[in-house]
Write a protein that binds this ligand. Structure first.
Ligand SMILES: *Cc1c(COP(=O)(O)O)cnc(C)c1O
Length: 244
């Protein structure tokens, strides 16, 4: 018998991880509520679980819970994590949501189903050429820098119309939607409305907008894919975020 306070306990006990299945269910319910409040069919909103910097166990837990659409923002990281699951889950859908360098286009086309970050002519050309070469006409979204933030990727709103037309008509890219990341310190509604308006002018039906803190508002403004990381997987650790 141990004296009080001397019981052995594991020294390196792991902190309990987030309950990913429960989080997915809660986010799914919140998406459905927001869709119904906007008079939309919840089935028209796709949850993209943003799995950047998440370990294999977290991906496996999400897959076990039935999640099939995921967003990653780095080609190399995704290449290290996803091929094994690709084999096991034929209906897996991977979206690239981070900046793409032209020298990674070939790898990106091999791994991803949608590239959401087409934002400059050089990249659009590289994707079109690699698509023609490999016979894979990948779905593309044009990323719009709605806040005109110099440090952020995306074509500026005033250049968006010409760029979308170039991608579709000259380069024959399969552009199916638009994507934006509103400035952190601004009311996102204006940005969502702007993205929707640009999409409307081009007859584009898919809108990738809304993250953990604002996906409900994005759904009100027509989001068809919400990119949710933290609310599904828990907080990414500061140390790992810094390495990015
Ligand atoms: C990380 C990331 C997200 C997810 O952000 P959360 O706040 O964790 O939901 C969404 N979109 C992009 C482009 C990201 O890089």
């Amino acid at each position: 018998m141990a004296y009080p306070g001397t019981e052995r306990r594991p020294v390196f006990a792991a902190a309990p991880g987030p309950d990913i299945a429960a989080n997915l269910a809660a986010v799914g319910e919140a998406i459905a509520r927001a869709a119904r409040a906007a008079g939309r069919d919840p089935a028209t909103v796709d949850l993209l679980a943003v799995s950047k910097m998440q370990a294999r166990d977290a991906l496996a837990a999400a897959l076990d819970a039935g999640q099939r659409a995921f967003g990653e923002n780095r080609v190399q990281e995704a290449q290290a994590k996803w091929p094994e699951f690709r084999t096991a889950f034929a209906d897996l859908r991977l979206h690239l949501i981070g900046p793409l360098q032209t020298n990674k286009v070939k790898d990106a086309l091999r791994l991803f189903d949608v590239i959401e970050t087409i934002d400059r002519e050089k990249l659009a050309r590289a994707v079109a050429e690699e698509g023609a070469r490999s016979g894979k006409a990948i779905d593309c979204f044009v990323q719009v820098n709605t806040g005109e933030e110099p440090q952020k990727a995306g074509v500026w709103p005033r250049a968006a119309d010409a760029f979308i037309t170039l991608c579709r008509e000259s380069l024959r890219l399969n552009v199916t939607g638009l994507m934006c990341i509103p400035p952190q310190d601004e009311e996102p509604a204006f940005h969502f409305a702007l993205l929707r308006e640009i999409a409307r002018r081009h007859g584009l039906t898919r809108l990738s907008m809304g993250m953990s803190h604002d996906f409900e508002a994005a759904i009100l403004f027509g989001a068809t894919e919400v990119r949710v990381g933290t609310a599904v997987f828990g907080r990414r650790s500061a140390a790992r975020e810094e390495k990015r």
